[in-house]
Write a protein that binds this ligand. Structure first.
Ligand code: NOJ
Length: 562
């Protein structure tokens, strides 16, 4: 067994502050709103909050475009509110992980305002500037948010690089002054006492310096040019430098968001002797239901593919690094709508998916509202959507290229990021109790049936099930440290796996389908004595079974001694 660590034993809860809880009626969630809900989170049992960005920002990408790293966004409150939140969390023994967005800044950041003034401005080299090539962009790289990754700047007759929106210019990490500025800023927050960083697209910070044209990226869900900026030539050097100068000085949790990372790279990022990061957010399992052209091309998920992918990561990082476990976040659709059934088997499938995730080896992340089984939303008008990625894609496809409106809306219903960003559903009062004002984005109309108040009263609710899963993690070391092994790799409805630690074993049996499924129990399951640790249907005490049958979306976890 590898070293024990508190961040392996913890459960993380992600807060997207804009949509969590509004304390002052302006329709936007805020920091005091979060502080008011700490007891709710404590009762759930979570250990760490990952807070999406709360820094000063013009909100082109809801805070992921930062104009001052050391100020709080006015809409969210003040630094005093932040200090109070941190204090109240620590009082309750909860830790705070902040978002670190340093692949890019906002174009309204002072550094960029300076940089764009002239070619010889001392800040010019904080960003990537290039003259055009044959009257066009310097290369063919595409922005993740549609269109070219370059924006022309008339004032100096050059282009600047933005892998995301044109209001998110990429920082030049080749410049050591940039790196040191960032390290100092990180220390500012760590000295305040925060407990870690989630690092936004951190594997994009090292670009191949000649910025070559990208080739076709068939079969990959990435934009043109991505192989020249994902996991680039100096990425490990930069992270090791950051680790040495900053991270290693504190007892913190670190997780790097890394589109396009594979297991071999992840071993380097998370290897316990490499001094980079604790874990990464990889994307393989959330790309399985996308076609070759990317996330908007919908494709059915094959359970066998999910098993193969998850198992590859579980085995790949075993004894080497550490996995993060997630099925949704502020960029992904709601998991119950995507991998489960948000109709008839809403509650069963939400609990089954939670069981699946929380018994894997790694640190589980819960995204706000997931513990209530919040679902995707379908707004009728495109104007009801707020997300820049969705709106840019719609404009490019429907308005500029004449694609079919209904078909594009279907893809937004399935994959749009606003599915995750509708306000948290606290109760059945107006706006789900999120705000007394007009919410910045519409509330999901199902808040009357799906809300926290109702689930706190109900002992069989999804919230109560999550509470139990988290308690079990605290009581059973095997859930944290046990070795993972897949059973039945080819079964198309059942996902079954074991965890093993010393003489203990867990059997996790999950039906991913709407049908009742029977199967021959694998040899390993034919033991006399099994304790049912948790299940999402009323306990079904079949303790010596050779033929197992699982109800729609049933989940059962047994513990045995070998
Ligand atoms: C990943 C973040 O999670 C996403 O919300 C954001 O739009 C991009 N990075 C750009 O910062």
């Amino acid at each position: 067994m590898k070293d024990q660590a508190w961040w392996k034993e913890s459960v993380v809860y992600q807060i997207y502050p804009r949509s969590f809880n509004d304390s002052n009626g302006d329709g936007v969630g805020d920091i005091r709103g979060i502080t008011k809900k700490l007891n709710y989170l404590k009762e759930l049992g979570i250990d760490i909050i990952w807070l999406s960005p709360v820094y000063q920002s013009p909100n082109d990408d809801n805070g992921y475009d930062i104009s001052d790293y050391q100020q709080i966004m006015a809409e969210f409150g003040s630094m005093a509110d932040f200090d109070e939140l941190l204090h109240e969390m620590h009082q309750r023994d909860m830790k705070l992980m902040m978002d670190l967005v340093v692949n890019h800044t906002s174009d309204e950041h002072e550094w960029f305002k300076q940089a764009r003034q002239s070619k010889d401005n001392p800040y010019r080299n904080y960003y990537y500037w290039k003259p055009g090539k044959d009257g066009a962009e310097p290369n063919n790289w595409e922005s993740v948010f549609s269109g070219s990754a370059w924006e022309y700047d008339q004032n100096t007759d050059e282009y600047y690089l933005h892998l995301f929106s044109k209001k998110q210019p990429d920082l030049n990490w080749e410049n050591p002054t940039v790196r040191n500025e960032i390290y100092e800023m990180m220390k500012f927050w760590l000295e305040k006492g925060i407990d870690g960083f989630r690092m936004d697209v951190i594997n994009f910070i090292s670009k191949v310096p000649s910025l070559p044209d990208g080739e076709s990226v068939d079969g990959k869900n990435y934009v043109s040019g991505s192989r020249y900026f994902m996991n680039g030539p100096r990425i490990h050097e930069f992270l090791q430098e950051m680790n040495k100068k900053v991270l290693s000085q504190y007892d913190i949790i670190t997780v790097g968001e890394m589109p396009g990372v594979d297991v071999e790279e992840a071993k380097k990022y998370t290897g316990e002797n490499r001094n980079e990061l604790n874990m990464v957010f990889q994307f393989e399992h959330v790309d399985l239901d996308s076609g070759p052209s990317g996330k908007w091309e919908l494709k059915d998920l094959r359970l066998q593919d999910l098993k193969a992918s998850i198992s590859k990561w579980q085995k790949g990082l075993e004894e080497v690094g550490w996995n993060s476990l997630y099925l949704n976040n502020h960029d992904q659709p709601r998991m119950v709508s995507r991998f489960g059934d948000d109709g008839k088997y809403w509650s069963e499938s939400a609990k089954m998916l939670a069981t699946f995730l929380h018994f894997l080896k790694g640190t589980p992340y819960i995204y706000q509202g997931e513990e209530l089984g919040m679902t995707n939303v379908q707004f009728e008008a495109i104007d009801d959507y707020k997300d820049i990625e969705t709106l840019n894609m719609y404009r490019e496809k429907v308005i500029e290229n004449g694609c079919d409106h209904d078909q594009v809306m279907e893809s937004i219903y399935a994959k749009g990021r606003d599915n995750a960003r509708t306000p948290m559903q606290w109760d059945d009062s107006m706006n789900g109790g999120f705000t007394s004002g007009k919410p910045w984005i519409k509330v999901n109309p199902n808040y009357k049936n799906i809300n926290a108040e109702q689930q706190l009263k109900d002992h069989a609710s999804i919230y109560r099930y999550y509470q139990k899963l988290i308690q079990l993690r605290k009581q059973n070391e095997i859930i944290v440290y046990g070795k993972y092994d897949l059973l039945l790799p080819e079964h198309s409805e059942i996902y079954a796996y074991t965890r093993t630690l010393g003489r203990e074993k867990l059997f996790v049996l999950l039906n991913f389908s709407k049908e009742k499924v029977s199967f021959e129990a694998p040899e390993e399951l034919l033991v006399k004595q099994k304790d049912l640790l948790i299940s999402n249907y009323d306990a079904n005490e079949e303790n010596t079974i050779e033929k197992i049958s699982l109800l729609p979306f049933e989940a059962r976890v047994y513990k045995v001694y070998i």
